[in-house]
Ligand binder design. Structure first.
Ligand code: HEC
Length: 143
């Protein structure tokens, strides 16, 4: 009788162990998805650059729908960038990113302009963007 209940106790403990290791494995999979790498930032900025090119054309054509759509893409990308700055605890970059994000939101809802967004890029680039000899860009972390 005792033997049987011990066995089921052990079985329960084993199941708990399985559940815990399942949860831990889950956590290991989830964590990297939330932490932002420089690659994520580069990818976001490349999309931003491409979108600004499209916005320039939309601006010349006074295509309001395209301006709003481009604004929405920028909102997405600067939301990704915001996570990068936050996860690296870079408060000044987070603040500059926030200004760009706010300007992008205004463009997306029709209350802002493309120039309003464009005027917010340079401050951060001056401080945190470095152009390499091969013409590509990287994050400058020497501040
Ligand atoms: C808060 C900081 C910050 C803001 C705001 C910001 N950028 Fe950047 N951007 C960076 C950094 C840092 C890099 C270099 C990192 C990289 O590309 O790996 C970069 C790189 C770029 C690149 C080069 C991407 C590549 O690797 O080819 C483009 C294009 C770009 N940004 C466009 C923009 C535009 C347009 C805006 C404004 C609408 C903007 N950025 C606003 C920080 C910022």
């Amino acid at each position: 009788m005792h033997g049987k209940s011990d066995a089921s106790k052990i079985e329960r403990m084993t199941n708990l162990g399985k559940t815990l290791s399942f949860l831990l494995a889950g956590a290991l999979v989830i964590v990297p998805a939330f932490s932002q790498s420089e690659e994520d930032l580069t990818k976001a900025m490349k999309t931003v650059g491409k979108t600004m090119g499209e916005l320039r054309k939309a601006n010349e054509a006074k295509d309001e729908a395209a301006l709003k759509a481009g604004g929405a893409v920028l909102v997405e990308q600067f939301t990704i960038a915001a996570k990068f700055w936050a996860s690296h605890k870079m408060a000044d970059a987070t603040e500059m990113n926030g200004k760009t994000l706010a300007a992008a939101k205004a463009l997306a809802d029709g209350s802002g302009t493309m120039a309003g967004v464009g005027s917010t890029c340079k401050g951060c680039h001056d401080q945190y963007r470095e152009k390499l000899a091969d013409g590509s860009y990287k994050l400058k972390m020497s501040h």
